[in-house]
Each structure stands twice: as C-alpha cells, then as structure tokens.
Design a protein around this ligand. Structure first.
Ligand SMILES: *[C@@H]1O[C@H](CO)[C@@H](O)[C@H](O)[C@H]1NC(C)=O
Ligand SMILES: *[C@@H]1O[C@H](CO)[C@@H](O)[C@H](O)[C@H]1NC(C)=O
Ligand SMILES: *[C@@H]1O[C@H](CO)[C@@H](O)[C@H](O)[C@H]1NC(C)=O
Ligand SMILES: *[C@@H]1O[C@H](CO)[C@@H](O)[C@H](O)[C@H]1NC(C)=O
Ligand SMILES: *[C@@H]1O[C@H](CO)[C@@H](O)[C@H](O)[C@H]1NC(C)=O
Ligand SMILES: *[C@@H]1O[C@H](CO)[C@@H](O)[C@H](O)[C@H]1NC(C)=O
Length: 815
C-alpha cells in the first residue's frame, strides 16, 4: 500500500538507480537510450523539413551535410545553409522544438516566405539568428519567445510588419538588432534601453512614429545607430549625446527637430547623416571637434548661421553635404585642408563671398555643387586642377568674369544663371543649357546668349575688325590654294564643289598630309599598332609639334568596300559633333579615294580589354582607377545621350573600344556604327555591335535606343570589376545559384587583397548599377544620366559587411 503512495517518478528513479548499481553495462545502456531518442528526433525533424532533400538516404552522416555543425555528442549546434538551397515555404516545416542545442541559425537570403513561427522561441540556446533578405511577413512573436541567450537578431530586408513588443527588453544579451527595410510601425519601445550590450541597432527604413526614446541614450556600447527613413518626430534627445562610442549615426528623412549642438559630444562619430529633418539653430562651432568624421550630411534642414571657419579640422571628411538649409556667410578657406574630400554640396543656401581658389587643391573632389547661392567673384582657374572632378555645378549664383579654359578637364559643368561674360572656351564640353542666363556670354560670333548689349558690342567690334578679317581671309585662301598642290586632302569648299567629303585639320590648325606621311614613312608597318575590325591603327609623331597622334587608316582593299567607307565616314561625322574628356578626340581626317584615315588622340595604354588581359597591367589598374574608368564611361555615354542633340547612340560599347591614356583614364572610341537617334539611315551590317555586349531585345527588334548602350555599359562595368567578361552571369541573374554568388567572389582575384572599406563600397555600388543596366526589359534599365549621377553621389546602402554582400542584395537594391 505504501508503494502506491510513492509518486511515479520516484519509482522510475529508483528503477534506474537499481540498474546503475547493479551493473556498469546497464548504466551505459541507460544513458544511451535517453540520448539516442533526442538525436532521433533531430534526425526525424531534418528529414521532415525537406531542406536537404538530396541527402535523405544518408541520415547517419547528417553532421556532414552542407551547412550543419554538430557538437561532440552528435547534436546539431549550427545550421548555416549554403546559399544554393532555397527554402520558400519549407521554412514552416522545420520542427524547431527538436533542436535543443542549436546555437547558430543563419538562413539569410534563402527565399523564405511566410510568417516567423512561434516555435522558434523554443530554441533556448540560440545565440545567432539571421533571417535577413527573405520574404518573411507578419509580426515578430517576441511575446512568446524565451530566447534569453540571443546575441544577434537580423530580420532586415523582409516584409515584417506590426510593432515591436516591449518584450524585446528581455533579450538582454543582444549585441546586434537589425530590423531595417521592413514595414514595422508603432513607437520605438523604450525597453530597448535595457539592452545594455547593444552595439548595432538598425531600425532604418520602416514606419516607426513618435519620438526617439530617451532611453536609447543609455546604450553605452552602441556603435551603429540607424533610425533613418521613418516617421519619427519630436526633438533629438539630449541623451543621444551620451553615446560616446557611436561611430555611425543615421537619422535621415524623419520629422525630427531640435538643435545640432546635441551632437558635438559624439567625438568618435565617423558618419553623421541627419538629412531631411526639421533641425534648426546654428551650426555649432564644436562640430569641428568631431575629427573622425568622414560623412557629414545635414542637408534639407533649417540650419542657420555660417559654416565654422575651422571646418578644415575635419581632415578625414569624404562627404560634406549641407545643402538646402539657411546658411549664410562665406565658404571657409580652411576647407582646402580636408584633403580627402570627394563630395562637396552646399547648394540652396544663402552663401556669399567668392569660391576659395584653394578648393582646386582638393584633387580628389568628385562633385562640387555650390548652386543656388549668392556666391560672387570670379571662377578660380585652379578649379580645373581637381583631378577626378566630374561635376561642377555653380548655377544660380552671382559669379562674374570669364570662364577659365582650365575647366575643360571637368566632365559636366553648369554655370547657368550667373553674370559671366566673354567667350565660352572652345575646349569646354559644350551643352547650351549649361550656360544660359549669363547675359554677356558668347560662343563663337554667332551664338551669343541674348541681348541687345552683346550684339551692339559685337557690332562695334565688327566695324573695327571686318577689314582685318577680310585681309586675313584672302591670305588664308592663297595659302589653301598653294597647299592643295601637294596635299591630297580637300578643303571644305572644295568638298562641297566636288561632292566629295571634306577634311578639317583642326588640330593646331596645321597638320598636313605630308607631315603624316613623313611621320609614318608612308604608313610603314613598323608604325602599325594593330589591326582592328576595319582598318589599321598607326602611331605617328608629328614633325612640327612633336605631338604623338594615332592614325586609323583603311587598307586600299577596304577603302573600295562601300559599306566600310560608309562606316568610316560615319565615324568622322559623329566625332566632329562631340567633345568630351572621355571620348577619343578627332584631330583631323582625310577622306579621299587614295587616302582614307583619321587623326585621333593617341592613347598610350591601348585598349582596356588588353590591359585587363595582361596580369601585370591588370594589377596596375587598381580599384580606384577601375572605378574611375566606370565613372568616365558612364559620363561619356550620358553626354552622348543627353547633351548631344540629336542624341548619339554608340551601339558598340565594349572593353575593346575603350582606350586608356598614360594615366589609365578612359576614352570611348570607335564610333563607326554609332547613329543619331531617330535617324533612319542606319548602318545595317553584320558589324552592328559585338557579341556578348548586345542588348537582348536586338535579337527580335531593330529598334536601337539609348537603352542598348545602357545594357552594354552594364556588361563593361562588370567586366572592369571582375577582370573578365561576366559571361553566363549576365543571362542567369534570375537564377538562385547566381543570386547566391558573393560580391567578393565575383571581383578580379588579382586585386582582391587590396580591397579596403572605401573601394568595397564603390565596387558594390558599381555592381548594383551594372545589374540594373542589365535588366532584360529596356524600359526598366536606368538612363545613363541616372547612372552617371548615382555613381558620384550615392553610397551602397547596405549595413552588411562587405564579405557577405551577394548578387541577390545587389539585384534587388534600389538606389
Ligand atoms: C556555423 O557554420 C558556419 C558555416 O559553416 C560558420 O561560418 C560559423 O562560424 C559557424 N558558427 C558557429 C557558431 O559555429
Ligand atoms: C516536433 O517535435 C516534437 C518533439 O521534439 C514533437 O513532440 C512534436 O509533435 C513535433 N511537432 C510536429 C509538428 O511534428
Ligand atoms: C508625433 O507624431 C505622433 C503620431 O503621429 C503625434 O501623435 C504627435 O503629436 C507628434 N508629436 C509631435 C511633437 O509632433
Ligand atoms: C535667402 O535670403 C532671402 C532673403 O533674406 C530669403 O528670402 C531666402 O529664403 C533665403 N534662402 C535660403 C535658402 O535661405
Ligand atoms: C543647369 O542648371 C539650370 C538651372 O537649374 C538648368 O535649367 C539646366 O538644365 C542645367 N543644365 C545642365 C546641363 O545640367
Ligand atoms: C525620337 O524618338 C523618340 C523615341 O522613339 C521619340 O520620343 C521622339 O519624339 C523622337 N524625336 C523626333 C525628333 O522624332
């Protein structure tokens, strides 16, 4: 009767101890039974999950299945699936309660759909959970979770909604919480302040409302805080100033107000982005104490006062964007000591004074935008010294004086709506609307920008100079007549008379046929650099000036082919229309039955294709140079498509048609099959484009648009960063296996060891834009204008470490 009163577990316990005591063999047997059953449950759950459907016949070896790690007892501790396994709705089939020892679960970018299961909360040992970049929706069931050991929680880039439950405060061991790019709404729970080990907090790009909780200021370890692109309001809490380990603070695009002085204590801050808010007050002088700053972005706020005169103390600055505020005062001269500056944007303020000439010392500047201010004085000619500057925008200011011809080294300028005067230097890339609104500015004698005063001045000048011009013209005619005797090339008037094509020796005004013959000893083979699709290229040093030029000459056989002659003439027609730093310059040409050649700028390093195929030269072409080449080509195409009227479509953008000069800067060449948009007289030929670079739509239509060049640019950009033609990658962008390729594995292996944080950012950006250009639908591709602009102004918006960025993120990334 007593035995009945004893609870069952005691009976079982006693039974087991009897076994233990009775024999050692039985003891082992006892342990084995209990642990085998738990392992069996794991094995069964693995089978039922169907995640490893190729391995179901090898259950005993499951610890060696791809992505699985076990502990010594054979229980699974780590699941980190290889990216080629895609899960879809199979995520829900996983029986989480069968994995009591799981510490690490990484299922980022596995195509998971559906909700986050409550059962996930039973993984009591779980420390790392990464479900980012999937298609998960529904809310985060934090209230049912007991994941007290969680250190990393990453759900970024999904469609998670609902609000964050206060239970988040119980995940006290969290170091990294990433919920960016979801649809989470509601208030940011103050309970986050309890996560005292938090280093990384990303709530960026959601729908959070209300204030930033002051409790965030307690997160002493925080290094990365991103609350950008939400609907937060109220003032930036003073307590944010306590985050003295913070490196990266992004509060952009909210409705936050308050004053900037809150932030000057954040002395370890590398990146500060507060753009698009309602922040007011003066720029605090103390901001110059944040000497580690690389990005200072406070655009589109209500900041008053002037830029601190010692802004130059921020010597690590890469990007300074204070545009669209209410700033007054001058641009401090000390800015020229920020020797790493790449982007300087101060547009839409009331800045006065002149442009400090020493800005030209900032050779790394990529973009200077001072438009819509009250800046006066002359444009310093030193501005042309900046080495990589692509864009100089000074429109809507009060600049006076003439335009320095040194600005020819810039790729895109806008000087409209100023008070500039004089002639626009012929060497400048000419786009009419870059100069409008300058009353006294002229181009040539005919295209003066308005007004009565200019033309009356012109008339006065004409009265004085007309007789002189007449005499000169007579002399010129005599010269041309004499010259013709021993030159095979015709002057323009002759050409029209004879119905033949004309030649223009516009380089130095005095290259002559016999100079060319002398320099090449009659096109001797020893001056030949190579033979291309049509014609050969020779190198010639002109006897008169010592200048080296490239000559592209048709062979006599080819010159008799009407089609090839047409291509050749077409190239001349195109190249005489255009002038751009990244387009091969045409100095002159000769189009006559007996001699057909072009005189072009000589590019010392030859084609990009050859450089990429030479292991020594490819290493010399470091990441900075490569990114620069991508930018240069993007700008040249944007120029052809948008600044030329009618637009020019190149139609054969390949690495073979990109030439490099001695400094490895790129020029687009070979305009043989280029054509004007909407022109019906296209060159129809087998040579229309190069296999591997042609947009797919050209297989079924012959509608050539700018978007064909955009596609080829995408291929070229990838080729530049990969070091080889992307091949299959381009056509398989939709496949899961391509999408799982990591960026680091795509890049040119010859340079991979030289990657740093900055080049990694730029490379991810280049790849992202290239993928957008490769979209199979032409209308979905960006325009070259957009690409050129984004290459200069955008950052790759990922919070992932570079090593983890895969094609998937880049293909889906919106910039
Ligand atoms: C889990 O496995 C992955 C891939 O094998 C490995 O990179 C990671 O370090 C492992 N994590 C742990 C905690 O063992
Ligand atoms: C999951 O596994 C547990 C045992 O670990 C079992 O009790 C439960 O029934 C399983 N759930 C499902 C849905 O199979
Ligand atoms: C902030 O937004 C919330 C919700 O939209 C609103 O209720 C509150 O009044 C706003 N607070 C301020 C200071 O504007
Ligand atoms: C510049 O000053 C004028 C006149 O005071 C003012 O109307 C305008 O709003 C100011 N613009 C900016 C961007 O601060
Ligand atoms: C220059 O700026 C003016 C005024 O904003 C604009 O109308 C024009 O299109 C711009 N030109 C170029 C070439 O960007
Ligand atoms: C040229 O073609 C484009 C696109 O087909 C069209 O939008 C544009 O109006 C055309 N322009 C002219 C001048 O025909």
């Amino acid at each position: 009767m007593m035995a009945l009163a004893i609870p069952t577990y005691m009976v079982l316990g006693a039974w087991c101890s009897i076994l233990v005591i009775s024999s050692w063999t039985s003891f082992f047997f006892c342990i084995a039974i209990s642990s085998k059953s738990s392992l069996d449950l794991e094995a069964q759950a693995l089978l039922e999950s169907e995640w490893w459907s190729d391995y179901t016949n090898h259950v005993p070896t499951r610890c060696k299945w791809p992505g699985i790690t076990c502990n010594d007892a054979g229980s699974i501790t780590n699941i980190s699936l290889p990216t080629e396994i895609q899960l879809g709705d199979k995520f829900g089939r996983f029986n989480f309660s069968s994995f009591p020892n799981l510490v690490h679960l990484d299922l980022a970018a596995h195509g998971i759909t559906g909700n986050i299961p409550h059962e996930l909360g039973t993984l009591s040992k779980l420390a790392h959970l990464d479900l980012s970049s999937n298609d998960i929706h529904g809310d985060i069931p934090l209230n049912t979770w007991s994941l007290r050991n969680l250190v990393t929680l990453n759900l970024a880039r999904n469609r998670v909604n609902g609000s964050i439950s206060p239970f988040v405060g119980q995940l006290t061991k969290l170091k990294s919480l990433s919920l960016g790019a979801n649809l989470i709404s509601g208030y940011i729970p103050p309970e986050l302040g309890r996560l005292k080990y938090l280093i990384h907090l990303d709530l960026n790009n959601n729908c959070f409302i209300g204030p930033i909780p002051v409790e965030i200021g307690r997160l002493n370890s925080l290094q990365y805080l991103s609350l950008g692109m939400n609907k937060l309001n109220g003032s930036i809490p003073l307590e944010i100033g306590n985050l003295n380990n913070i490196l990266y603070l992004d509060l952009n695009t909210n409705n936050l107000n308050g004053v900037l002085s809150v932030l000057h204590r954040l002395t370890s801050l590398i990146e500060l982005n507060l753009s698009n808010n309602e922040i007011f007050g003066d720029v605090p002088l103390e901001i110059t104490q944040l000497t580690q700053l690389e990005y200072l972005i406070i655009s589109s706020n209500k900041i008053l006062g002037s830029i601190p005169h010692d802004i130059g103390k921020l010597s690590k600055l890469l990007v300074l964007d204070l545009s669209r505020n209410n700033l007054i005062g001058k641009i401090p001269a000390s800015l020229s000591t920020c020797s790493n500056l790449q982007v300087l944007t101060l547009s839409y303020n009331n800045i006065t004074g002149s442009i400090p000439s020493h800005i030209g010392d900032l050779v790394t500047l990529d973009l200077i935008d001072l438009s819509h201010n009250l800046i006066s004085g002359e444009i310093p000619s030193d501005l042309g010294k900046v080495k990589y500057t692509r864009v100089l925008d000074l429109n809507h200011n009060q600049l006076t004086g003439t335009i320095p011809s040194s600005l020819e080294s810039l790729q895109s300028i806008n000087l409209s709506y100023n008070s500039l005067e004089g002639e626009i230097p012929v060497s400048l890339h000419y786009t009419p609307n870059a100069f409008i609104g300058n009353e006294y500015l002229c181009r040539g004698q005919t295209h003066c920008y308005s007004s009565s005063r200019t033309s009356s001045r012109l008339r006065t000048h004409m009265k004085i100079f007309l007789p002189l011009i007449a005499v000169l013209a007579l002399l010129c005619c005599a010269y041309v007549l004499l010259r013709r005797r021993w030159s095979c090339c015709y002057s323009e008037t002759d050409a029209i008379k004879n119905g033949d094509l004309f030649s223009v020796w516009n380089y130095d005004g005095k290259i002559a046929y016999e100079d060319i013959i002398e320099a090449t000893e009659g096109f001797d083979i020893k001056y030949c650099l190579g033979t291309g699709g049509y014609g050969s290229v020779y190198k010639a040093q002109l006897p008169s000036s010592g200048r080296v030029v490239a000559l592209k000459k048709l062979h006599s056989l080819e010159a008799n082919e009407p089609e090839i002659r047409r291509i050749f003439k077409n190239e001349v027609r195109m190249l005489t229309k255009i002038r751009h730093r990244n387009i091969a310059k045409l100095y002159g040409f000769c189009l006559h039955n007996r001699c057909m050649f072009l005189v072009l700028e000589y590019m010392e390093r030859g084609s990009l294709y050859c450089v990429l195929h030479n292991d020594i030269e490819a290493v010399e072409l470091d990441w900075t140079k490569r990114i620069n080449i991508v930018k240069g080509i993007a700008h040249s195409l944007s120029y052809l498509h948008y600044d030329c009227n009618p637009a020019i479509i190149h139609r054969d953008v390949t690495t073979k048609n990109i030439l490099l000069n001695s400094e490895m800067e790129a020029c687009l060449s070979d305009f043989g099959i280029a054509r004007l948009r909407n022109s019906t007289s296209s060159i129809r030929t087998v040579l229309a484009g190069t296999y591997g670079y042609i947009a797919p739509e050209l297989a079924y239509t012959d509608s050539v648009t700018e978007k064909c060049d955009v596609y080829s640019f995408g291929v070229v950009a990838l080729e530049i960063i990969m070091g080889k033609h992307p091949g299959e990658l381009v056509s398989s962008l939709r496949s899961a296996s391509t999408r799982s390729i990591l960026l680091k594995d795509m890049l040119d292996p010859r340079l991979i060891s030289t990657i740093n944080q900055q080049s990694a950012q730029s490379l991810a950006l280049v790849a992202t834009l290239a993928f957008a250009c490769l979209h199979s639908q032409p209308r979905c591709r960006p325009t070259m204008q957009e690409v050129a602009k984004k290459l200069v102004t955008r950052n790759f918006p990922s919070t992932k470490p570079f090593e983890e960025v895969s094609v998937r993120e880049m293909v889906n990334q919106e910039l």
